[in-house]
Design a protein around this ligand. Sequence first.
Ligand code: ASP
Length: 242
Amino acid sequence: MEAQARRVVVISTGGTIASRWQGTGFAADAPGREVLATAAIPQGIASEVIDLFNVNSPRLTSAQQLTLLRTVHEVLADPAVDGIVVTHGTDTLEESAFLLDLYHHDSRPVVFTGAQKPLGATDGDGPGNLYDALLTAATVRDLGVLVVFDGKVHAARGTVKTQTLAADAFADPSGPRVGKVGFGKVSILHRPERPAPLPLPAAVSLPRIDMVMHHVDADPLLLETAVQAGAQGVVLVATGAG
Ligand code: ASP
């Protein structure tokens, strides 16, 4: 009897992996099925697409991130789903992945991926990254939310975009890499510690929180402006040990 295909749901949110030339620059506009059609699908995997957004990730809002979080939990409510892939712009991918990881309570993985080169680029990295992400989503367990990029598997927690344009865009400067993908195989080299998941947040609008960066010659002007704009909190990006 033929083994049943493993079911992976791809949630498409935009980013360079879905971007095309618009005359003055690249912008996300391709639907998820078109993005998925660029990639080979690993054997034994059945994929389906949810078109959630189509944005370049610097324009993403926290309301959209919470929608993504809820969508992931709705998809995982179906026990027939084996894993999830989220295609996402690389610029704020680390933020969305970390947010989802805080609430992840399931042994099945959520795997973020994207591309440094746009849809249809002859030397594009999107198709390979998507293939690796599908394979990872279908096979690993108990690793939480992951970032799969350029043949590497990273834990969401601790991983940041370290390269603006290079294909090997993500790394965790604070810890060992989780694994690698190559020749149709996912190899797990290190299992990250999993903190207890938070309960899902209530559907409330989030307070305004601003970020202000300290630098030589910095004065309180931007802090005061944030408070005047109604910020309920300010994150001061400080120097040294803060
Ligand atoms: N440069 C970004 C990317 O690689 C654009 C974005 O984050 O949407 O996807």
